[in-house]
Design a protein. Structure first.
Lengths: 317, 706
């Protein structure tokens, strides 16, 4: 378990990069949400004294009416939001690169030093992102095709539930494969940042680094993913009990606080995982440049440096 | 392993970065292209090769118009008479229906060929006031015989649910005799009514007239070839739902005309009451469920032979499958039998809970369920087109094995089909000519029952959002409000989506509005009086309106009548609110003391005069509440009778009127646009939506982004 002081130190060192990631997500979130909220509320709900809380009223009469009357406009706005979101995904490589460079430098060096490294990593990140999405799409489609064909075959020998569960199992395995590609992408990003590789050059080392300790990497990533999922669920449950259909600006403020806390938590957990990935590929000084992950004790570097890069390592493991 | 460190990122060539960005974009685009191309074929693989394509089989069929069958038929047997409070109680209920068409049948199922060899006797009475010289038979299975059938011609071979059959089906009458008239096979002289080749509606001339009151004994032999499951009949693998499987005599109206029609994909059925005794002969491994109560059962020579008897019903359907699991329960004196596929135990529990809820509720509202049995069939996933259908004492529900855990689908379908036992089954209205009398009233009953079972979340619930079934119905009704009128024959609607929106949703919404405006208890009582008074009596739409008039009132009856028969609609619009400070009277005044001039004084900031302008568009005049919202937060409620095109509401007081809201409780669900029901000086908050959408966008970016 990381000590409280060490965690604070970690936060302080990476705060600018973390804030940049959060600010980017918030900005993009607002940019995507604003036109959609205009469409949803512009049809007339804001003409009511209750404002948009009518959309949350039990029974959903006004909500459905809004969706019915604004269906056409909403479809167009959603398409625009999707395109904007795609562009934002690409742009988000910049704050991600800043974060990873900060994590790699362990907070040392000035912003001026880190900026060129970060910007330089964007190109390889874009390449890796494109490749990852392509591979994930192919794997996902192959999994979907396997699910459907195996479902038909299973129906011949199993009952409905058995066939569905068998197909679900295959689907989850496919999802696992898709997620695995995502983990590999993160390791490749770490290789890019740590060793200043190009995207293409980072692929093989990333695969080798992953192959050296796959279970450790998957468990570290999985722990953060589970924590993130739990956080989102917890936030959703908490806000459900706020009663947004009732009046009171404090309810909105509280919902905003809860939700943004979830987002901040998500970013911290993501940063912790990326710190792990970087530590995994970082060359060990006493091993003549051999990756730290090749060593039997993966936590040595953190212990040695006294500045571990994972604030939640103890919690997540 | 030691990797060669390449150039520093700071010294990275600009061209390399650009190349990698471009390569990355190519990857993203290629991924999008692959998904867009491949996904449809993965998700919706081609239909099985044996799917019957009407255009391939008969290219000219699309050009032939579908006959407008049934449009001119007289519906009501008589003018409605006052019903009276006596019919609010079950003591008024008749013990049974007069037996007009009774069938004693035997059916032998060949599970390999999916054919039923049938034979039997029909006792048919001329219950009209005129001699009958011909009979009309419905051979509904012939709807699936070839592409000349009205079924295949009309919506391009697709059923109400949009599905096609995978194998042809038909009904061949081999022999039809009436020994009292003569030995000849009457079917040899039969002719199909439809000139374009449909074989579902047959006219059978009689050698001599049958006078009113005479009962004719008919002997019949036939073969039914079941289609691949379609339109709630047929087979899928070993599962069989055997409906509309025997030659069925069309209903004879009191005026001596037969209510006969070709089977249209939008339409359902109509028949006379009678008693059925049916012996079913199936492979011994199969479990059978059927209309009525099982009176005999034996297994011999590898065959299971079961006899079912049902009194005072107008149809008989059955199912047979060797994989059925079953549960039995006694619910209020009714033996409920659930037949379901393996793995559906939870759905069965949910179904049983819905049946318990529905039998009690509907029995209280519309008169007790009179039959000793109720069979609920949950078809397997491969036969989902058999789900959601009603036959006397036998209903089919549906949904995947997990739907009982994840949604209210099972409850909804079960409560809907169960309500059909009253609105179709017991009143036996003409489903072809007036489908709103069964589907509309049933949808309203289902909505009321679901509301009582699951509250405001009866349609959907997730986190802080909940949607009621009533809201879904209202939205569906508003979407098609101007497309057609509700009270039309099923075959007269342009599409099934029009029929669904108008017949199911708009009827239920109109009744919901009547209930909310004039009293839900009174509306339910009116429907109960209608259902009890006309049990076994084949009422018409006029009888329904008369019951509403008698119990709820003239205004309600007029509103419902306009909404159903004339495409009546309404849209309240809150146009403006204005407030000015109160001033003393000013100007030239003639009084007892002569003419006086009063100069305008300074406005009194402590008193305000406000005015709200409200419009009513449309043809329905409905009373509504209007809330005037004061600056102090207080609300002043006014009532407008809804007459006239507009009204203004005046208010004077210490606080200004800052907003006006028409129908704040949303009682008038027929209101075409709910979002123009309010007007305010200041725009209301949209912080909740912005907050929520921002968070959702952040989540999406976190999940899908890097």
């Amino acid at each position: 378990m990381m000590e409280h002081g060490a965690r604070r130190s970690w936060m302080r060192r990476h705060l600018p990069a973390l804030l940049l990631v959060y600010a980017f997500k918030l900005g993009v979130g607002l940019a995507l949400a604003e036109p959609l909220s205009q469409v949803l509320t512009g049809a007339g709900v804001v003409r009511f004294p209750e404002g948009d809380r009518l959309l949350f009223a039990r029974g959903g009469m006004v909500l459905l009416e809004t969706l019915r009357l604004q269906h056409g406009v909403l479809t167009g706005s959603l398409t625009s939001a999707l395109i904007l979101g795609g562009a934002a995904s690409l742009l988000s490589l910049i704050p991600l690169a800043f974060l990873m460079v900060s994590l790699d430098a362990q907070g040392e060096g000035s912003l001026g030093d880190r900026a060129p490294r970060s910007l330089g990593a964007v190109g390889p990140f874009a390449f890796l992102g494109g490749l990852t999405v392509l591979v994930q799409a192919l794997v996902g489609l192959a999994a979907a095709a396997t699910v459907l064909s195996s479902h038909r075959a299973a129906r011949a020998v199993l009952d409905e539930r058995g066939a569905d569960l068998a197909a679900l199992g295959i689907g989850l395995a496919g999802l696992g494969a898709v997620l695995l590609v995502g983990i590999l992408e993160d390791v490749a990003r770490a290789e890019v940042v740590c060793h200043r590789y190009t995207g293409v050059r980072a692929l093989l080392p990333a695969c080798e680094a992953f192959a050296r300790a796959p279970m450790r990497l998957v468990s570290r990533w999985g722990a953060r993913a589970l924590l993130t999922g739990g956080l989102v669920l917890l936030g959703g449950t908490a806000v459900t009990h706020l009663g947004l259909e009732h009046p009171g600006a404090w309810r909105v403020a509280l919902a905003w606080t809860v939700h943004q806390t979830v987002i901040a938590g998500w970013i911290l957990l993501r940063a912790a995982w990326l710190g792990d990935a970087l530590a995994h590929v970082r060359p060990s000084p006493d091993a003549g440049g051999v990756s730290r992950s090749a060593r039997p004790s993966p936590d040595d570097t953190a212990a040695r440096s006294g500045a571990p890069d994972d604030p939640s390592r103890g919690r997540a493991a | 392993v030691k990797h060669k460190t390449t150039r520093g990122l700071g010294s990275c060539r600009r061209g390399g970065v650009v190349t990698e960005v471009l390569l990355g974009l190519c990857g993203w685009s290629l991924a999008a292209l692959v998904v867009a191309r491949a996904l449809p074929s993965v998700v919706s693989p081609e239909e099985p090769a044996q799917t019957l394509d009407r255009t391939a089989a008969d290219p000219n069929a699309a050009e032939r118009p579908a006959p407008a069958s049934g449009t001119a038929r007289t519906l009501a047997p008589s003018e409605p008479q006052p019903i009276g409070e006596a019919f609010d109680e079950d003591t008024s209920l008749p013990a049974g229906a007069p037996a007009v068409a009774s069938y004693t049948l035997r059916g032998r199922l060949d599970a390999e060929t999916h054919e039923v060899e049938g034979s039997g006797t029909v006792l048919w009475t001329n219950a009209s006031n005129r001699p009958v010289t011909e009979l009309y038979l419905h051979l509904y299975l012939n709807a699936f015989k070839n592409t000349r059938s009205l079924f295949f011609r009309s919506p391009f071979g697709r059923s109400r649910s949009g599905q096609r059959t995978t194998q042809w089906g038909y009904l061949d009458v081999r022999r039809l005799t009436a020994p009292a008239i003569g030995p000849q096979n009457l079917f040899e002289a039969a002719e199909f009514v439809d000139p374009h080749g449909d074989e579902t509606d047959v006219r059978v001339p009689l050698p001599r007239p049958v006078p009113p009151g005479e009962t004719l004994t008919l002997e019949v032999e036939w073969t039914s070839k079941l289609p691949g499951i379609v339109e709630r009949t047929g087979h899928a693998g070993g599962f069989h739902l055997v409906a509309q499987w025997f030659p069925k005599i069309a209903r004879l109206e009191p005026n001596g005309t037969f209510a006969h029609f070709s089977f249209h994909p939008h339409a359902e059925f109509y028949a006379d009451f009678g008693n059925y005794e049916v012996t079913l002969d199936v492979p011994h491994t199969m479990t059978v469920g059927a209309t009525g109560a099982r009176t005999a059962e034996r297994v011999e020579a590898g065959r299971r032979i079961e006899t079912y008897r049902a009194e005072s019903v107008h149809d008989f359907a059955w199912t047979a499958w060797d994989a059925f699991e079953q549960q039995r329960a006694a619910v209020g004196g009714v033996e409920v039998r659930l037949l379901y596929p393996p793995g559906h135990d939870h759905n069965a529990r949910v179904t049983l809970r819905a049946v318990e809820h529905g039998l009690a509720l509907y029995g209280r509202w519309f008169g007790r369920y009179p039959y000793p049995t109720l069979t609920v069939v949950h078809p397997p996933d491969s036969a989902s087109a058999a789900g959601g259908m009603e036959y006397p004492t036998l209903i089919t529900t549906g949904g995947p094995w997990f739907s009982g855990r994840l949604s209210s689908l099972v409850e909804r379908v079960t409560l809907h089909e169960l309500a059909h036992q009253w609105f179709y089954g017991l009143v036996a209205t003409d489903e072809h000519a007036a489908p709103f009398l069964d589907e509309g009233l049933t949808s309203y009953a289902e909505s009321m029952a679901m509301q009582r079972l699951l509250g405001d979340a009866s349609g959907f619930s997730a986190f802080e959002l909940s949607v009621s079934g009533e809201a879904y119905l209202r939205a569906a009704a508003a979407a098609v409000a101007h497309r057609d009128v509700v009270a039309r024959p099923a075959s007269a609607f342009a599409s099934f989506s029009d029929l669904a929106g108008l017949v199911y949703a708009r009827t239920a919404t109109a009744l919901g509005t009547v209930g909310a405006v004039w009293g839900e208890e009174r509306t339910l009582r009116a429907l109960g009086r209608y259902a009890r008074r006309y049990r076994f009596a084949h009422p018409s739409p006029r009888h329904l309106i008369a019951a509403i008039r008698e119990v709820v009132g003239e205004e309600a009856a007029l509103t419902l009548s306009r909404a159903l028969f004339e495409g009546g609609w309404v849209d309240f619009v809150a146009q403006e609110v204005r407030s000015v400070p109160v001033r003393s009277p000013a100007g030239v005044f003639d009084g007892p003391s002569g003419r006086q001039t009063q100069e305008p004084d300074e406005p009194d900031p402590a008193r305000w005069q406000s005015r709200a302008l409200i419009y009513r568009h449309g043809t329905l005049e409905l009373p509504v509440d209007i809330d005037l919202v004061l600056e102090s937060g207080e609300r002043v409620r006014r009532r407008w009778d809804g007459r006239g095109r507009w009204t203004t509401l005046e208010h004077e007081g210490a606080s200004r009127v800052v907003a006006a809201v028409v129908d704040p409780e949303i009682r008038v669900t027929l209101d075409q646009n709910l979002l123009n029901n309010a007007v305010a000086e200041r725009v209301g908050s949209r912080a909740r939506v912005l907050e929520r959408l921002t968070y959702l966008a952040q989540l999406a970016l976190g999940s899908l982004g890097p």
